[in-house]
Write a protein that binds this ligand. Structure first.
Ligand SMILES: [Ca+2]
Ligand SMILES: [Ca+2]
Length: 102
């Protein structure tokens, strides 16, 4: 129930309020907002690449791994759980948590 509410909030909220929705760092939020060129709140593969490169530059370990292997499409495929060809903030968060848990 709470999760559904949060997902709805993410979808409706302007980019600047992502921070209140999940516990991303300012750096992650900045990178997400900048990467989301068309400002639809989701990252396409091209936008995802921009996001990963920004995060890798900031020292984020998952992003650095993806950049090292040039595995943007592979990573995008994992992140995009519902296969709608766009990564939502929720999908990104879940994918990163999974990565760290393994
Ligand atoms: Ca977008
Ligand atoms: Ca998706």
């Amino acid at each position: 129930m709470l999760k559904t509410t949060l997902v709805t909030l993410i979808c409706l909220a302007p980019a600047t309020s992502y921070a209140q929705v999940f516990s991303a760092t300012d750096q992650e939020i900045d990178a997400y907002v900048i990467a989301d060129r068309n400002q639809d709140g989701y990252l396409s593969l091209t936008e995802f690449r921009t996001f990963v490169q920004a995060m890798a530059k900031a020292g984020q370990p998952t992003a650095k791994t993806i950049r090292t292997f040039g595995a943007y499409r592979f990573a995008f495929g994992i992140v995009d759980v519902n296969k709608d060809n766009r990564a939502s903030p929720d999908e990104l968060r879940a994918a990163d948590d999974d990565y760290r848990a393994n």
